[in-house]
Every structure is written in structure tokens, then in C-alpha cells.
Design a protein around this ligand. Structure first.
Ligand SMILES: Cc1cc2nc3c(=O)[nH]c(=O)nc-3n(C[C@H](O)[C@H](O)[C@H](O)COP(=O)(O)OP(=O)(O)OC[C@H]3O[C@@H](n4cnc5c(N)ncnc54)[C@H](O)[C@@H]3O)c2cc1C
Length: 416
């Protein structure tokens, strides 16, 4: 039965929207989640499943500005940008470049660290409250390097992480082979992060959190939101089927499409998409002991309950272009070097849209033009990792409670 007016309507049933729905329903709010495709239909379904609390460095870093040109000239490298998309993405790239300057990078890393610290504790709390903590894997992650030069180049990053209290162990020889048997001869060094968590499957965890919200009273509707407008005492959403929904407050958690709704409020937010690719093989494709991170080539290999997933890469090609699955294939080819025994006969390819801001920080805060609307999107490579913290922050904004961290680094108007 339809509800006449909701306390909060959330647009988007990905990991951000559903985690927020869970927290708000738990706090006693009447919540409706609307998604045009259903639960976990986009990035939240096919990601690599890492709770990457150690990833505190924004992508826009002084280091990446040195590597990016080399990667861009390699058509199948970890970063690609079709020539035809350059004029569209240029303003975003300029903001990315400015965010990578040393002082802004340091500010970005501090803001990312604050959100990660909150994410670490909040993820455990939310997963336990929603009864999904059984879907967590606690076997850590192993970063792999081909050659001493590549490992030495990674050391400043590990030292920075050490300063933030992130524990790890550099490994070689028999310890490396013990952590992951069957590595290829090119892999000489590794760094093991024991407290790194992954999930059994990102689709399963997202839908399980959504179901937990529904069990606690959240409403769910499949529909496309075409327009959004703030009235005196409510927000009105116009849906593609011609109907309207009213809510006291609205959360825009629509992933890589969120800026299109924000624009209707007059909020111009430089959200782009970093498209990512993967291939998922049956579980028996390789005896994988934990998530493997391949920093040199920008991808990860993840053991899921549903299979073995090889994925990553960044393609700056917008929301409309057809996928180029050669990006999935090249990661599989590179993996054969790292895991020579990998069976690659029956893989399933996927492409997803990361919602990305130029400074690698999400947008969390009230719309400057329509304060009944809260933006919660733009988590880039880290949406699964930061979903629980985002849900808590949005809940506290709705309840008008003191916030556990300063939200100014994530404010929607920071690029205005
Ligand atoms: C290859 C790859 C690997 C990744 N690996 C990781 C990882 O290991 N760890 C990690 O933390 N993150 C990872 N990410 C990032 C993570 O997947 C995303 O940051 C996260 O899923 C974003 O969640 P979301 O809820 O904001 O968006 P989505 O999951 O994209 O959900 C947005 C929803 O909004 C709906 N929607 C949009 N517009 C409308 C509208 N107008 N009306 C109604 N509904 C609408 C869409 O249908 C969609 O379901 C990865 C991403 C990719 C692509």
C-alpha cells in the first residue's frame, strides 16, 4: 500500500542508498527507496568486494600525474580515455589536476583518513545490526610486485599508511608463497595487510542490507525519478510513470547519475564516472587464499563465494558509450602471468560506473539550494568501504544530531 508522505525518500538502491535506508529506518523514520532498476543493479553489484580502509590516498596524487601520461598512451593500460571524450571531461580533469597538487593532496588524504576511520568502526556496527556480518571475510589482502624496483617504488605509500596506524608486513620467498601458493616467477615481493576485509559477494551484501531495511519497515519501489523539487514543507519527486512522491526530506544516492538530479536543484557538481571492468570465473578457477592487489596494473583478484573476480581499470568514457571488454580481457591476460595455473575457460564479463569526484572524496551534505535534499554520492573506488559511515552521517543530518566528523571537506558546493 502506498504511503501518502514519507519522512525520507532515497533515490538509488545501491550500497549507499540501502545502507542509509537501514540506518534511517532503524532510527524510526518512514523511508521509501526508489530505484529505476531494482536493488543493487549497478556499481554495487559487480565491484571487487574490498573494505579498503587502508586506501587513504586520493587518486588525484602527485604520483599519478607522473604515471598517467604513460598509462593514457597505452590503449589497454589501467587508465584510458577515448579521444572523443576529451572535450567533455576536460573541466573534470583540470579539477583532478588541481586536487593532485601537494597541499590539496594532503588535505584530501586527511579528509579521506577521517572518513576511513569512521568507516572501519561503522561497517562492523552496521553489518552486525543488519545481521549480515557473516558475509564478511577476514583473511586480509596481499599486494604483489613484479621485481624489487616496483616494490621499492611502493614504499613511500606504505610508510604513509604506517603513519596512519595501518598494519602490514612486507614479505618475500617462503612467506609470500605461504600467503598465496602458485604465484608466477615474476612476482618477487608482496605486502600483506592482515586487517583488510572483503565481503563474500558485493551483490549479496547490498541486497541483504536492503532486505534488512525492508524487514524493519522501509518501503521499496522500482521507478525512475525524472524531476525533483523542493516545496515549502516537502520535496516532490516526479516519476517516469507520471506519478509523484512526496517526502519531508530526500537523499540523492543515485551513484554516477546523481549530478543529473542535483542539476535540477541548481547544484552544479562535477561528478564523472570512472568505468571499471571485471571478469568473474567459477570458484575452482584457482585456489585463491585472499584478495590479491596488483598495484602496478591497477586491478585486484578477489575470492568471492560466487566465484573468482579479476577486476579494476579506469576508463574515462562517460555514461553512454558501449563497454570495451578488451579491458576485462587484458586484466585476465596479466593475471595468467601472476597466477600461471588460472583456468580461464568460462568467465563472465561486466562493466560498472564508479561515481567519481575530481578529489576522490564523496559528496555528503545538504544541497545549498534545497536544504531538504541531502546528497550522498561520488564515492568513486570506495563506495562499499564508505557506505556505513555515509549512512551514519546522513542519518545524523536527518536527525539533526552532532556529527562525528567535520563534513566540510565533502560539502556539495566545494568546487563552486
Ligand atoms: C570494477 C569496480 C570495482 C570496485 N571495487 C570496489 C571495492 O573493492 N571496494 C569499494 O569500496 N568500492 C569498489 N568499487 C566502487 C563501488 O562499487 C561504488 O563506489 C559503489 O557501488 C557506489 O554505490 P552507489 O550506491 O553510490 O551507486 P550504484 O551502486 O551505482 O547505485 C546507484 C543506483 O541509483 C539508481 N538510479 C540512478 N539514477 C536514478 C533515477 N533517476 N531514478 C531512480 N534510480 C536511479 C541506479 O539504478 C542505481 O541502482 C568498485 C567499482 C567498480 C566499477
Amino acid at each position: 500500500m502506498a504511503h501518502p508522505q514519507y519522512d525520507v525518500c532515497i533515490i538509488g538502491a545501491g550500497i549507499i542508498g540501502l545502507s542509509t535506508a537501514f540506518r534511517l529506518t532503524e532510527a524510526g523514520k518512514t523511508v521509501l527507496v526508489i530505484d529505476r532498476k531494482g536493488m543493487a543493479a549497478e556499481a554495487s553489484a559487480g565491484n571487487a568486494g574490498a573494505l579498503a580502509f587502508a586506501d587513504i590516498e586520493p587518486l588525484a596524487s602527485p604520483g599519478i600525474m607522473l604515471k598517467a601520461p604513460r598509462w593514457l598512451f597505452d590503449p589497454l593500460g589501467p587508465l584510458s580515455l577515448p579521444i572523443g571524450y576529451i572535450p567533455t571531461i576536460l573541466p573534470w580533469m583540470l579539477k583532478f589536476f588541481r586536487s593532485s597538487l601537494p597541499d590539496r593532496f594532503e588535505q584530501g588524504a586527511a579528509a579521506q583518513t577521517a572518513l576511513m576511520d569512521l568507516s572501519r568502526t561503522e561497517t562492523e556496527t552496521l553489518f552486525a545490526a543488519a545481521g549480515v556480518d557473516g558475509l564478511l571475510r577476514r583473511d586480509g589482502a596481499l599486494s604483489l610486485y613484479e621485481g624489487e624496483k616496483a616494490w621499492l617504488a611502493s614504499l613511500p605509500m606504505w610508510e604513509a599508511r604506517e603513519r596512519h596506524g595501518i598494519g602490514f608486513e612486507h614479505v618475500t620467498g617462503s612467506r609470500l608463497a605461504e600467503l598465496q601458493p602458485g604465484l608466477g616467477a615474476t612476482v618477487t615481493h608482496g605486502t600483506f595487510v592482515p586487517h583488510w576485509l572483503t565481503v563474500s559477494d558485493p551483490l549479496d551484501i547490498t541486497t541483504a542490507i536492503g532486505q534488512a531495511a525492508i524487514e524493519r519497515g522501509a518501503y521499496f519501489r522500482v521507478a525512475e525519478v525524472c524531476d525533483i523539487g523542493e516545496g515549502e514543507d516537502s520535496v516532490v519527486l516526479s516519476l517516469a510513470d507520471g506519478s509523484q512522491v512526496k517526502a519531508h526530506e530526500v537523499v540523492v544516492a543515485s551513484g554516477a547519475w546523481s549530478h543529473r538530479l542535483a542539476e535540477k536543484l541548481g547544484d552544479r557538481i562535477p561528478l564523472e564516472t570512472e568505468r571499471g571492468y571485471n571478469t568473474t570465473f567459477p570458484k575452482d578457477a584457482f585456489d585463491l587464499r585472499r584478495q590479491l592487489v596488483i598495484p602496478g596494473d591497477g586491478f585486484v583478484i578477489t575470492p568471492l563465494d560466487t566465484g573468482l573476480r579479476i577486476g579494476g581499470a579506469v576508463e574515462l568514457a562517460g555514461l553512454e558509450r558501449a563497454p570495451d571488454f578488451r579491458r576485462s580481457e587484458i586484466m585476465v591476460e596479466k593475471t595468467k602471468r601472476i597466477l600461471p595455473g588460472l583456468k580461464t575457460d568460462t568467465g563472465k564479463q561486466w562493466m560498472g560506473f564508479r561515481p567519481s569526484m575530481p578529489d576522490s572524496l564523496p559528496v555528503i551534505g545538504r544541497s545549498p539550494n534545497a536544504p531538504r535534499i541531502i546528497h550522498a554520492f561520488g564515492h568513486g573506488h570506495l563506495g562499499l568501504t564508505q557506505a556505513a559511515a555515509t549512512a551514519l552521517l546522513v542519518r545524523d543530518l536527518v536527525l539533526d544530531r552532532p556529527l562525528p566528523i567535520d563534513l566540510s571537506p565533502y560539502r556539495p558546493q566545494r568546487f563552486s
